[in-house]
Design a protein around this ligand. Structure first.
Ligand SMILES: O=C(O)CCC(=O)C(=O)O
Ligand SMILES: [Fe+2]
Length: 357
């Protein structure tokens, strides 16, 4: 945990009612847990993943804590060093993003506060054909830990996809597996995020519940398949499907927060959900603390079509009225919406639009 974080407020409402799924049970193919997972994915798509009782989970927890120390170093690099590695969003997703961006999907058009370092899975694993982005030495020196984090997080994501393939899409487990091979080029990456602390009283819900807070990370749905998130301070909120109100997500020790992204909405023909979320100033006394998070995005391979896999025959040419795009193009289009340069929202068949995840 970032050095001595003040406690999360005891009573903070509304709180997102996230179910806890045990990684041990999931890896043991426990039917009750699989059923719970399916029902979550068909409603809001967010859950806590209890990592405490399985060696793979414990490994993720230890590595996440180690990588937090890397994040502390990487965001403290001189601003010109960070700026020089800014990704341009039309060509690459990997490198640095400063705060101050306005998301196209944010109706309030407020500048975000979070900085990102996005480190590509393909660079870390030296996958054939990767672009080999130049990361700062401080990051590259920790590539061994980053690599094991990638391998374990990817394996956990694949287990989630395996359950959904068989029991929601009604296809063989291998159908999704074959579209998310770790050794093939994809938009998968480790994201470290950082945002400065704020003055007391500026947090969402602090005084005026209706006031629109400046986002740390603007409202979005993730656009990959599965996301694994580690955060230590509060501030993450999920939009309730029913009330459309923002609900707080309490960080839980020993747990990751797991959610589905829009690629899974496409693959499943709309049978699963990618929940809309955002990050605002941490609640209570935590508001003054710097906020870090660590994310792994499992995404489809670059050459994979974002098609509805529940349909047995798919016509990619568009002559049946539906034109499918390849994951690489889809992800780049979504990423272009990150900044404030773009005016046009892009079209999607089923999922909500978001510039971030
Ligand atoms: O920082 C967090 O808690 C969430 C970050 C997030 O949603 C994202 O990077 O897509
Ligand atoms: Fe996200």
């Amino acid at each position: 945990m970032p050095s001595i974080l003040p406690p999360y407020p005891e009573h903070l409402s509304p709180e997102a009612p996230l179910t806890r799924i045990s990684l041990s049970s999931l890896l043991a193919h426990d039917h009750t847990i699989e059923a719970a997972l399916i029902s979550i994915c068909q409603s809001h798509g967010f859950f806590y993943l209890d990592l405490t009782t399985h060696p793979q989970g414990q490994h993720l927890l230890t590595t996440a804590s180690t990588l937090l120390t890397l994040a502390e170093t990487a965001f403290r690099l001189p601003q010109p060093t960070k700026d020089a590695l800014t990704f341009d969003r039309t060509d690459s997703l990997f490198g640095y993003k400063a705060g101050g961006k306005i998301a196209q999907t944010d109706p309030h058009r407020r500048q975000d506060r979070a900085e990102f370092w996005n480190v590509s899975k393909d660079d870390l694993l030296a996958n054939r054909g990767c672009r080999a982005v130049a990361y700062p030495d401080a990051i590259w020196a920790r590539k061994t830990e980053l690599r094991t984090f990638v391998e374990t997080a990817h394996a956990v994501g694949m287990r989630v996809l395996e359950v959904l393939a068989r029991r929601v899409l009604g296809v063989e487990a291998g159908v999704l597996e074959a579209r998310h091979r770790i050794g093939e080029l994809s938009g998968d990456h480790v994201r470290m995020t950082w945002a400065p602390g704020e003055e007391e009283g500026v947090g969402a819900g602090a005084e005026d519940e209706e006031a629109e807070p400046r986002p740390t990370t603007a409202p979005h749905t993730d656009f990959g398949s599965v996301t694994l998130l580690f955060n230590w301070a509060g501030g993450l909120q999920i939009e309730s499907q029913e009330s459309k109100k923002w609900e707080w997500v309490r960080p839980l020790l020993g747990h990751a927060i797991c959610n589905l992204g829009d690629a899974m909405v496409e693959f499943s023909g709309g049978r699963v959900m990618s929940g809309k979320h955002r990050v605002v100033a941490a609640p209570g006394e935590q508001v003054k603390s710097e906020r870090y998070s660590l994310v792994y995005f499992v995404r489809p391979e670059d050459e994979v079509y974002l098609e509805d896999l529940t349909q047995s025959t798919v016509n990619k040419s568009g002559t049946n009225g539906v034109e499918y795009v390849k994951a690489k193009d889809w992800i780049m289009k979504r990423a272009e919406l990150l900044g404030n340069e773009m005016d046009k929202p892009m079209e999607s068949k089923k999922s909500g639009q978001s510039p971030f995840g």
